[in-house]
Design a protein around this ligand. Structure first.
Ligand code: XIL
Length: 387
């Protein structure tokens, strides 16, 4: 793994300030106290060299979205935004078991194949999500899966799916969300159906099968709830670190950690030293880090659109300032393209029933203040001298 730059936090902040980057965000007139321009009035040029992909590349980063394959097929404006902004994408749902496995003995690859063709054609990298997860399982799963069959089924699924796209994937989320402290195991592992049915070493087995099936994809363990300074996140972070160390010690083929990064516009605790220490540990273990599902839940903010937009933008700015200081971070993906397609409208609806304004493009695909905040954060990182 090449380490292009390893700035101290202080030098990062100084450079960011000097460059008028994220740390200078309030000066752009978008801080909570300032009268923020509406997103429509931002009038940003976001094409070509002004795109997020281009600014990310200057910062040694990939940038992209989780994409909805139906929208990609049917909605030209959505498709153009993806082509314009992304150097990498991930399927929001099309590569989950629920999409790929209509029946225990059947695979359905139409949407996944279409996405692979789209990314190939447009020279966009592709992350696979996800080979093994307790969620996104098909309806037949519970009745059909037994302790005798589960391990074989899991490994066969991995061989079939990762094998089909071998050589064409940037990375795979091999195991998603394996930790749940509330389940009470000393190792912090979630007692997911896979752990119960396929064995407590299912994580290791899944990674080994994935490496055999696709030797070039970066094999990733993806997790949420490890970002904050609060006690719950700190405990989960410690369990994640323990798991990563154990996998490394056992020579399990793992290349990267995905930090989901589902943020909340108003947190009581913020993001800081704990997360930075996790990033340092990943770097020491030669694990790349991808911010895989970045978005900002604005449910705690009042109805005022400008206030919501600047609150959301400020959260993106502060989170990326914390995380992009680490050279381990190589990719940033938001969970969705635009506010018309955010899962938060269903998963975390606002009390006032207004749609969430959580992504970098609004419901009409216009760049938001959050877009500007993210681009500034990339620029602040690219101004760090490389060595
Ligand atoms: C979500 C999708 O966004 C929804 O469309 C779907 O209904 C449920 O799954 N963490 C993950 C993602 O790893 O796969 C989840 O995606 C969001 C939380």
């Amino acid at each position: 793994m090449s380490r292009q730059h390893a700035p101290s936090r202080r030098s990062f902040l100084q450079t960011a300030l000097a460059a008028g980057g994220v740390a200078a965000w309030p000066l752009l007139g978008c801080g909570p106290a300032a009268k923020a321009p509406t997103h429509a009035a931002l009038g940003l040029d976001v094409s070509g060299a002004n795109s997020l992909a281009a600014h990310a590349a200057n910062a040694n980063l990939l940038f992209g979205f989780a994409v909805d394959t139906a929208a990609l097929r049917d909605n030209a404006a959505y498709r153009n935004t993806v082509k314009q902004q992304c150097s990498i994408v991930v399927a929001e749902n099309a590569m989950k078991w629920s999409a790929l496995r209509p029946a225990a003995d059947k695979y359905s690859f139409a949407d996944a194949d279409a996405l692979v063709a789209f990314t190939d054609e447009n020279h966009i990298k592709l992350r696979g999500h996800t080979l093994c997860w307790h969620g996104g399982l098909p309806a037949w799963f519970d009745a059909a899966m037994t302790p005798d069959s589960a391990r074989g089924q899991l490994l066969e699924h991995i061989r079939t799916v990762a094998g089909r796209y071998a050589g064409r994937m940037h990375s795979w989320d091999v195991v998603n969300e394996p930790i749940l402290m509330a389940d009470g195991r000393p190792d912090g592992l979630r007692t997911s159906p896979w752990l119960r049915l396929a064995g407590t070493d299912y994580i290791e087995a899944a990674f080994r099968a994935a490496r055999d099936a696709d030797p070039t994809a970066l094999l990733t363990l993806n997790e949420f709830g490890v970002e904050g300074q609060n006690r719950e996140d700190a405990e989960k972070r410690a369990a994640l670190l323990l798991l990563l160390r154990r996998l490394k010690q056992r020579n399990v083929p793992i290349d990267a950690v995905g930090i989901q990064s589902h943020l909340r516009a108003r947190t009581l605790y913020g993001y800081g030293a704990g997360l930075q220490s996790l990033l340092r540990s990943c770097n020491e273990m030669d694990l790349q880090v991808f911010l895989t599902e970045l978005d900002v839940d604005d449910r705690d903010l009042s109805q005022n659109i400008d206030a919501r937009d600047s609150g959301v933008a400020a959260q993106y700015a502060s989170y990326l300032q914390t995380t992009l200081a680490s050279p381990a971070v190589r990719a940033v993906l938001t969970w969705g393209v635009d506010d018309a397609h955010t899962w938060l409208n269903t998963a975390q609806p606002r009390g006032d029933k207004q749609p969430q304004r959580s992504l970098l493009f609004d419901e009409r695909l216009r760049p938001t203040q959050a877009f500007a905040a993210v681009r500034d954060a990339f620029d602040a990182r690219s101004s760090i001298p490389k060595h």
